[in-house]
Structure formats: C-alpha cells, structure tokens
Design a binder for this molecule. Structure first.
Ligand code: FE2
Length: 197
C-alpha cells in the first residue's frame, strides 16, 4: 500500500498567510512521499541477503518514524484549522478534563503556550491518557522523539520554523503561536477527545 496526501478545506487564516500554508502543505506532501519511499525501499532491499542491504534496511527502519510521524502530525495540524476558529466549549468533556488537570481552561491554554516556548524544533502535543483518564501536554522533538506510546493525540502545534518563517522571523515565534490559537477550531480537538470516551 501507499499513502496519499490528504486535502484540507482551509479558510483564510488570521496571521498565517496563504503563501505560508502553501509552502507548509508542500512540505507535508514531502513527508507522505518519503513515507512511501522508505516502505518501498525496505521492500526492495528485502529481496537480498547482502550485508550492506541488511544494514541499509536497519537504518531505514530507524528513519521510518521520522517520515511517518512527519506525515501524520501535519494531518493533525492542518485539520485543526478546517471550518474556522471556535472557542473551547465550556462544559465540554475536554474542558472538564483540562480543568481537572490544570485548574481551568485558561490555565490549560496558558500551559500549552508555556510548553510551546521550549527551545528547538518539534511539536507541542496534547494527549488523552485513556488508562489514567487524564490529559498530558508535552514537547515532541522532530516529529517522533518523545511521543507517548498508545495515547490518542488531541492537539498538535507545529513548532518547526518552516511552520511560520514565511510570515515571521524566529524571534516572532510568539506571534505565530498567537495566530495558531486565533485560527484553532477547538471543536476538532473536542471531537478527538470525545472519540476516546
Ligand atoms: Fe510542519
């Protein structure tokens, strides 16, 4: 099987230009292409007993999560802008879980922003821990380093510089984070949470 790039029905965004989105979507399509390429190359090397081929397969397996998570994380990201921005619904199951952990919804969002200040490229990811019935907010390096095993992803905030450098310089990362929240459709995030119940 091969993966195909998804299309996203994006409205005009506030503080994130059409050019920025176009560049970012092209990068996303690169991850889809390379996920397929890694799978196809492993399959091709799989036909040989050659020592070098076996070594190449091992390295490709190490690389697979980078390409696969690069693909999937961008799908979580762009979906969050579909249908326009909405506020976090008061009394939603997500808001209640966020309040249980962080005190209230405002503190929850404040905490995401705080984690977004982490140095380096990667993602802020909010997960639902279905075993402990709580949520976790963490920083994932690259696309795959620090992902929490088996936990459904609720929110994904891309903090690679490629996500904002068409519109902002690195020192303006905070403006990009403001734009992310200004365009975020919380209903998408709430729906992900509700799917775990
Ligand atoms: Fe990205």
């Amino acid at each position: 099987m091969t993966y195909s790039p998804k299309t996203f029905n994006l409205p005009t965004l506030k503080g994130i230009s059409e050019k920025q989105i176009k560049v970012h979507l092209a990068l996303y399509e690169g991850y889809v292409k390379h996920t397929n390429l890694v799978m196809a190359t492993i399959a091709a090397y799989g036909q040989t007993d050659d020592e070098g081929g076996k070594y190449a397969i091992a390295e490709l397996r190490r690389r697979f999560a980078f390409e696969f998570d690069g693909m999937r994380m961008h799908e979580y990201y762009f979906e969050q802008f579909e249908s326009g921005s909405t506020s976090l619904t008061i009394n939603s199951a997500l808001a209640e879980a966020a309040s249980a952990k962080y005190g209230n919804s405002e503190n929850f969002i404040k905490h995401i922003r705080e984690v977004a200040g982490t140095r380096g490229i990667g993602w802020v990811v909010v997960y639902k821990d279905t075993v402990a019935n709580t949520i976790h907010t963490t920083f994932v390096g690259d696309h795959e380093i620090g992902q929490l095993a088996g936990l459904p992803i609720l929110l994904a905030l891309d903090l690679w510089e490629h996500a904002y450098m068409v519109d902002y310089v690195p020192a303006e990362k905070k403006n990009y984070i403001d734009a992310f929240f200004a365009n975020l459709n919380w209903l998408v995030v709430e729906k992900r949470f509700d799917a775990t119940i």
